[in-house]
Write a protein that binds this ligand. Sequence first.
Ligand SMILES: [Zn+2]
Length: 169
Amino acid sequence: MPVEPLTEKQIRASFVNCTKGEAARLRLPLDFTELPWKELDFLGWVDPGAPLRAHLVLPREDGPLGISLRVPSVGRTSVVKSSLCQICLTGHASSGVTLLAAPLAGARGREGNTVGTYICADLACPLYVRGKRQPKLRAGRYEESLTLDERLARMSENLDAFVARVTGT
Ligand SMILES: [Zn+2]
C-alpha cells in the first residue's frame, strides 16, 4: 500500500528512536517536493546533511512511523555480510547494499542497543521491487516466481519484522 503524501511536520513528528532534537535537525530528501508517493510503500532516504545517517518512514494505521538509522561503527556488528537487501531482496553489487543500524526505541536505545539490517543503499526498495529503478550491477540474477503484489507484500513483511525489533512490539 503506497504511503499517503506526508508533510515535513508529520515526518519530523513520526520518529520513535531518536531525540526530538535529532528529528528536528534531520534533512529531508532533496527531491521531497517531487517524490513518487504512489510508488512508495515507505519513504526511505540517506540524510543529505549526514551521509552516515538514513531514515525510514512507513505508514501505520495510527499515523506514520519513523525510524532513524546509521552506519554502524566498524566491528560492532555480527550480521553476516550480504549483497542482498534484507527488506526487498534485491541483489546488488556490494556497494549497492548498506548495513544500517537502528537504535532501539526507548531506554534500551539510549543505552546504545541497536538492530541492524542490510538494505538498498539508497533505501529505495519500493522502486526496485516495482522495476522503476535498477541495481547498478546485479550481484546474481535469479528469476522471481512471485507476482509484483506478492513481492511488495514480502517487502512490507520484512520491513514490519525489522521495525518490530526496533520498537520492541
Ligand atoms: Zn531493498
